[in-house]
Design a protein. Structure first.
Length: 605
């Protein structure tokens, strides 16, 4: 492909910085993609001249035509992927459709909608994804309008290994009905094997929408909202690329409590592209030792040919490559309760025992139930009771500008621990930490548009990433160094021990010496009598942190959602009160505004 050349001077010239950003965007795009960008730019210019935001514009040629609005809230990309698929199918069926991320949806328009489809995930202990917090609060709050003219459908995504499965989807579905809206499709609830529920639900929901809107919208009508560039690679979640392992190196001391590995993969020939903030999706294989433990626990032969949904494989292959063995779900608990007939297991499934059930899910793997509550499983029934193995996401720890577009780095903490007198393992982390160099692993890129470096390189950034949560900040720092960004970079890192667990220590020290990292605050929780965590360091440096944020800095948090991210959020609220003079309610509003602006971004799991 020819090198990108500068365009002829225009009557209204771009600044040097904007011209550089435009050149970076256009680099590597195919001709049809460049034409697409040109058409989008022309449409945006036309709407801007009329004082209309592109995201709010009605479909061209039919300003008052009924349309299907699809709003999504996504933390890890699954809800976004499904919403994009729904939009594409809707347009193919001739429907006028608008696709909007929840935090970009103009809330004033809700009262005017006639057909609304929501795709939204539930995080952790029943929380909305970050990009949907404002939308969920608005719909649930007293300012939400009555909606007697709205027809709606909700597809909730969740993980049944958490007690609050699809809680946000359920809340929105019930609340919209309470506001007077009418369902055109029943609530859909998809577990981590998403497509098993989402695919048939989508077909039925779109049939209902087409019946209501089909006669009103010409087949040629398309949404004026431009959402995403077409993919340039044939590889995806459904068709992963088999990436060669270039390096697999342990980066903690031998006496560290947890093994952490730096893994480098080749993307050569894949066509996959990524940006700092994105994740690599990995399809794992369950540890062979764990498969053998399962076969012993259920007293079945791994060579036994076992059929399920039209496929026949040896049982060991079903367990090794096709089924989820490390995450306990309500469905498997119920199936094992029925198979074992054990009263205690049946009792914990009752609604009034939600706390005990939550403790069971958080503290046990499925094999713990197999050992404690013996049952006579048939191979076919066992395979049917287990949910399909799903990919795991790892935050990317490299910038393509630093390592090249055809290479990607990951930071992987191996999950391995003792419980109930026996060893336990994680699926993907064990797989990745043990894979040999020159072997291949099936991967895809999961983009994360809400976890991006600021477009303005002069902005300061604050990065909070304990443990392997530091991975994307290695990518951020590399990228800012390569682009010559003028803004300051502040990293807050924590782990257990300085001498054992200081991930990428030499790199951070060199970054400090070279000026690529302007500030580094550390919290090693087990090195002192009193445990110190990253949130403690934030409070200690609260005055300066607040000053950075007031000066326009972007703040990023990556890591554990259930504890660390909540503790950091609480620390930020305390800082706003102590150093910003905010009342508690005003501090919450201030932090929510940073989220809305995209200046407070979280990659939590």
């Amino acid at each position: 492909m020819n090198a990108l050349v500068a365009p002829e001077p225009l009557p209204v010239a771009l600044s040097a910085e904007k011209a550089a950003l435009l050149a970076r965007l256009a680099e590597g795009l195919a001709p049809e993609e460049l034409y697409w960008v040109a058409a989008w730019s022309a449409a945006r210019a036309g709407h801007s001249q009329r004082g209309v935001r592109l995201a709010d514009a009605a479909p061209a040629g039919a300003p008052d035509a009924p349309r299907l609005t699809i709003v999504y809230g996504s933390q890890t990309g699954n809800a976004k992927r499904l919403a994009e698929q729904l939009a594409a199918r809707s347009e193919s069926a001739g429907l006028a459709v608008r696709l909007v991320r929840a935090d970009a949806y103009p809330q004033r328009e809700l009262s005017k909608e006639t057909h609304l489809l929501l795709v939204i995930s539930t995080q952790g202990e029943g929380e909305p994804p970050d990009d949907a917090r404002g939308f969920v609060e608005f719909v649930a709050g007293k300012r939400a309008p009555r909606l007697p003219g709205l027809h709606y459908a909700v597809l909730g995504l969740g993980d049944s290994s958490y007690p609050q499965f699809c809680a946000i989807g359920r809340q929105l579905d019930a609340r919209l009905a309470e506001l007077g809206a009418t369902r055109f499709a029943p609530l859909g609830e998809a577990d981590v094997d998403i497509d098993e529920v989402a695919s048939p639900w989508s077909v039925r929901a779109l049939e209902q929408a087409r019946g209501a809107l089909g006669n009103a919208a010409p087949a040629a009508t398309r949404s004026a909202t431009v959402h995403a560039l077409p993919a340039r690679s044939p590889h995806s979640r459904e068709q992963p690329f088999h990436a060669t392992v270039l390096a697999n190196q342990r980066i903690v001391s031998r006496d560290s409590e947890r093994a952490v590995h730096h893994v480098e993969l080749s993307l050569q020939g894949s066509g996959l592209r990524y940006a700092p903030g994105d994740a690599i999706g990995l399809w794992p294989t369950n540890p062979p030792v764990l498969v053998e433990q399962w076969l012993q626990a259920v007293r079945l032969d791994g060579a036994q040919e076992t059929s399920h949904q039209g496929r026949t494989l040896p049982l060991a292959q079903w367990l090794g490559r096709e089924r989820e063995l490390t995450r306990l779900t309500r469905g498997f608990v119920a199936a094992h309760a029925a198979a074992s007939g054990h009263a205690d297991l049946m009792r914990v499934l009752r609604k009034e025992n939600a706390t005990a059930f939550a403790e069971l899910l958080s503290g046990h793997q499925p094999i713990d139930l197999l050992r404690r509550y013996r049952a006579a499983w048939r191979a076919e029934d066992l395979v049917a009771a287990l949910r399909p193995l799903t990919p795991r996401l790892y935050s990317i720890a490299s910038s393509p500008r630093a390592v090249g577009e055809e290479e990607v780095h990951l930071t992987v903490a191996r999950v391995e621990y003792e419980a109930f007198g026996t060893p336990h393992w994680g699926a993907a982390s064990t797989f990745l930490s043990m894979v040999d160099e020159d072997a291949t692993v099936p991967v895809f890129v999961e983009s994360n548009d809400r976890f991006r470096l600021p477009a303005d390189g002069a902005r300061d950034i604050i990065m909070i990433g304990p443990g392997t949560g530091v991975a994307p900040f290695r990518a951020f720092t590399q990228d800012r160094r390569e682009t010559g960004a003028r803004g300051r970079n502040w990293l807050v890192f924590g782990n257990r021990h300085f001498t054992r667990d200081f991930l990428y220590q030499l790199e951070w020290q060199e970054a400090r010496r070279s000026g690529a990292l302007h500030r580094l605050d550390l919290a090693f929780s087990r090195d002192t009598a009193q445990k110190v965590y990253v949130q403690d360091r934030l409070r200690e440096q609260g005055r300066e942190l607040y000053a950075w944020l007031q000066g326009g800095a972007h703040l990023y948090v990556c890591g554990d959602a259930n504890h660390m991210a909540r503790d950091v959020h609480a620390a930020l609220l305390d800082i706003a009160v102590a150093h910003g003079g905010h009342a508690p309610d005003a501090a919450r509003a201030w932090l929510a505004d940073l989220l809305t602006q995209g200046r407070y971004a979280r990659d939590v799991y």
